[in-house]
Design a protein around this ligand. Structure first.
Ligand code: CP
Length: 302
């Protein structure tokens, strides 16, 4: 992984995922390690973020590094017409590694082709969010004891949800069976279903959150993303399509856990937060350890 950008989850192999999870486990035991020793890393967020940016910055700080960057491109020379090409050319002179979130699909790949230093994709439009996937894998392994042959329910916005796209591709390496639950307007795109077909993996498309969730090992909830809709009426029609409530948990497996990349809007009732099934806040903490592992491996420090 040394010096390799992480743009799509498929840039890395199954062996790479497992190596990252092993190193993340080491960081979970000892999170503060001065491996970066003052090295400068950049976080460039052209789109809003709470978890991804702050967990990367926490990871860099815990490793003894320094962070430069921005959380709002309106404070940069982008407002004067600076291109992404020029921004990346310049920042790659200032930092050892660039973490970038951008609304355009493919922007991260483009940046990786320009940059002198590795790029980590922190989300590019509706395309990919590979570091979220790695922390999701870590959370699934931690709660289920394995990544192999699990039943994964993906619920909500499966069309624009970059987290489910990356996660599906990673879990296809581990023989998962998928259950897609979404409104018609937000179904899993055909290319991802074709990908599962090519892997010989089963998937089911369901309309409702019903008794079938009793089979679930993981319920992966997602938010209907207002910012991806061009038609506000379509957003209003679909935004509350699925709400996970405590009474739906009657009959689920004891070991089942609910994950969500967050932020949530209405799709998980807060009454679920103190149930044994809720794992979405622990999931965010796992993000720090996994991002420490990714940074350390890319910079050749582990
Ligand atoms: N999971 C996630 O990407 O959250 P943020 O948008 O807050 O970074």
């Amino acid at each position: 992984m040394k010096n390799r950008s992480l743009v799509s989850i498929t840039d890395y192999s199954k062996a790479d995922y497992l190596r990252i999870l092993d190193i993340a486990e080491e960081f979970e035991k000892k999170s503060y390690q001065n491996l970066l020793n003052g090295k400068v890393l950049a976080t460039l967020f052209f789109e809003p973020s709470t978890r991804t940016r702050l967990s990367f910055e926490s990871a860099i700080n815990r490793l003894g590094g320094k962070v430069i960057g921005f959380s709002d491109a309106n404070t940069t020379s982008v407002t004067k017409g600076e291109t992404l090409y020029d921004t990346i050319k310049v920042v790659s002179n200032f930092a050892e590694l660039i973490v970038m979130r951008h609304p355009l699909e493919g922007s991260s790949r483009y940046a990786s082709e320009i940059s002198r230093v590795p790029i980590i994709n922190a989300g590019d439009g509706a395309n990919q969010h590979p570091t979220q996937t790695l922390l999701d894998l870590y959370s699934i392994k931690k709660t289920q004891g394995t990544l192999e042959n699990l039943k994964i329910f993906m619920v909500g916005d499966l069309k624009y949800g970059r987290t489910v796209h990356s996660l599906l591709m990673a879990l296809s390496e581990f023989g998962a069976t998928f259950y897609f639950i979404s409104p018609d307007e937000l179904k899993m795109p055909t290319e991802y279903k074709m990908y599962l077909d090519s892997c010989g993996l089963k998937y089911y498309e369901l309309k409702d959150l019903d008794d079938s969730i009793n089979q679930a090992d993981i319920i992966y909830m997602t938010r209907v993303q207002k910012e991806r809709f061009s038609d506000p009426i379509e957003y209003e029609r679909t935004k509350n399509a699925y709400v996970l409530k405590r009474d739906l948990m009657n009959g689920v497996k004891d070991t089942m856990r609910v994950l969500h990349p967050l932020p949530r809007v209405n799709e998980i009732d807060t009454e679920l937060d103190d149930s044994p099934y809720a794992y979405y806040f622990e999931q965010t903490e796992n993000g720090v350890f996994v991002r420490q592992a990714i940074i350390s491996l890319i910079l050749g420090l582990k």
